[in-house]
Design a protein. Structure first.
Length: 163
């Protein structure tokens, strides 16, 4: 079950925009037995959830191994159209690093430290927080390497999308 903080990838002429931040609560459920393309993005704190961990282990086909460079592992469940983008850190250090790699002035959004990002993202209102969404969107649009790699994989899965 997804709680009220969710993310949507949408096709635009310019880029892939992430709206909101993906958050799963402890009542995780998985769409199964479908041929539809499903792409999940999870970070390291979800690995600790027993029910989710079993599902994570079913994604065994490595599409991209970017652990060393970007802390990303992109997997596919064999014989399916189900993909998993694993951040091997929590979301907050990942987006902070991507912002720094893109030379984004995080203080422009009121974030002077990684701790500020944690505070902003851990509230129930972060999906409605325009400042936080602007920050994340600026990082995505700036296309630092980690975001670029995710966009390339999405382009491979959805060739009709402009990365």
């Amino acid at each position: 079950k997804l709680n009220s903080r969710f993310s949507v990838l949408q096709n635009t002429n310019e880029s892939i925009i992430i709206k909101g931040i993906s958050k799963l609560n402890s009542r995780f459920s998985v769409l199964q037995n479908t041929n539809e393309i499903i792409i999940g993005i999870i970070d390291s704190d979800k690995f600790k959830m027993d029910k989710m961990y079993k599902e994570i282990l079913s994604f065994t086909e490595i599409i991209e191994d970017l652990l060393e460079e970007e802390g990303l592992l992109i997997l596919r469940k064999p014989n399916s159209n189900h993909y998993l983008i694993r951040l091997h850190t929590e979301f907050e250090p990942f987006i902070w690093k991507q912002a720094k790699n893109a030379n984004i002035d995080c203080t422009e959004f009121g974030y002077s430290s990684l701790e500020d990002i944690y505070v902003a993202s851990k509230t129930n209102e972060c999906a409605e927080d325009r400042n936080f969404k602007k920050f994340v969107n600026k990082v995505v649009i700036s296309r630092p390497n980690g975001i670029k790699k995710i966009a390339e994989v999405l382009k491979m899965i959805f060739p009709e999308i402009e990365p």
